[in-house]
Write a protein that binds this ligand. Sequence first.
Ligand SMILES: Cc1cc2nc3c(=O)[nH]c(=O)nc-3n(C[C@H](O)[C@H](O)[C@H](O)COP(=O)(O)OP(=O)(O)OC[C@H]3O[C@@H](n4cnc5c(N)ncnc54)[C@H](O)[C@@H]3O)c2cc1C
Length: 416
Amino acid sequence: MKYLIIGSCIAAAGAVEGIRSIDPEGEITVIDGEQRGCYSRPLISYYLTGRRTSSQLDYRPADFFAQQRVRIIPGRAASIDVICKQVLLQDGTGLEYDRLLLATGASPVIPPIPGITQSWVNTFYTWQDAEEISAQTAAKGTAVVLGSGLIGLKAAEALHHMGMKVVMVEKQSHILPRLLSPRSAAAVGGHLQRHGLKVVTGHEVVAVGNHEVAVDDGSSIAADLLIIAVGTRPNQDLAREAGLQTDRGIIVDCHLRTSDPHIWAAGDVIESRHIVRGTDEVMALLPLAHREGFIAGLNMAGSRTRYPGGIFLNAVHILGMHIITAGDPETTGSILRWQEGERCLELTMQGQNLHRYIAINIPGISGPLTALIERQVKIPESEWFKFLRNPAIANLPAAYWAEVRRWQDDGSLRCG
Ligand SMILES: Cc1cc2nc3c(=O)[nH]c(=O)nc-3n(C[C@H](O)[C@H](O)[C@H](O)COP(=O)(O)OP(=O)(O)OC[C@H]3O[C@@H](n4cnc5c(N)ncnc54)[C@H](O)[C@@H]3O)c2cc1C
């Protein structure tokens, strides 16, 4: 059996592990577009500040692909011939497959702002971006970060650590708009400002000049570096041009197979099931990319394993503040809140079901709350009040502990 994987990062590593757990002999080839092997993007901010070395970015040991007897082909796939079952690389090489995985991830969105393609403007997405920014920031100065999502925040923190003056410009009314509510965002924004970062919300950058950024209120910011972090988009052109079904991401079935029976897809490039919303979403998250890759790999090797779906779950540590949020970011419902200084918790309930939580500086409770969302355990609001007076594991509602006992009895807490 000839397995071919386009992309060499998280979903690809999961797929190799999935295939090898069933098929120790098959021939696996990975097309490594970045020529960097498998590394962890969330760590590039630490690489930029020198807190991690290049090898410490690795998601798997450096000899992982060799150990798994995987042939690595440096280069980029240019097209897929689904009739001949062949992938053509940009240099003209053809690679045949019996089973193909698209693990091509996503790329940063570049907004159509006049002047945005200048050399002092960067994205913050790859190890190469980190190296280019590092070369540009030797002189310190001011950095403007466009967008205040997770990636923008990580970039801002790194540049602040490097001694730059940082201004974040967010067009929505509050920072981390996809993850936080306005009140929890105010707590995070206050924290950033106390550390000396400037946060401008409700405004857009409308033009980029010579080391100058024009804002829609008529003001301008002199800057040495501009980082674009306004979102990402799945790399699905190969799939679309090959005639596979796509929408906001590649469409897959519950076995992560695309509309072509010989092609699977996993990671940031697909739409997958959000188990609370019951809809298919692009969920660009590292743990999901690995799990999807693993299950796609099992199925490529002949298994019929269902992918159960996932939820949005983000954990970010920013200038000493721990922010964890999970569930449906767009949910509406009744909100239960607790706050004490810089620690706060927000639960959004739909009837008796927890649909989302935001926990700031309360890291220990994320496991149980995430499990309650994933399993949609019913708990009346009144049972949350003791926990909300003191959000500690011991004060979780009695219904949670009853569920844990049930999970123990039915074996669903067992690993493997
Ligand atoms: C700064 C930053 C911080 C992040 N922080 C978090 C976090 O805290 N938590 C979290 O869950 N997630 C985080 N993420 C997201 C996480 O990194 C992604 O969800 C994960 O990397 C997705 O893995 P993937 O394998 O699907 O795609 P990727 O890691 O993007 O890998 C896809 C690979 O395919 C290659 N490729 C694309 N097209 C081709 C082609 N035609 N030919 C050959 N190769 C190709 C790409 O170059 C890339 O190397 C962060 C991302 C960034 C950038």
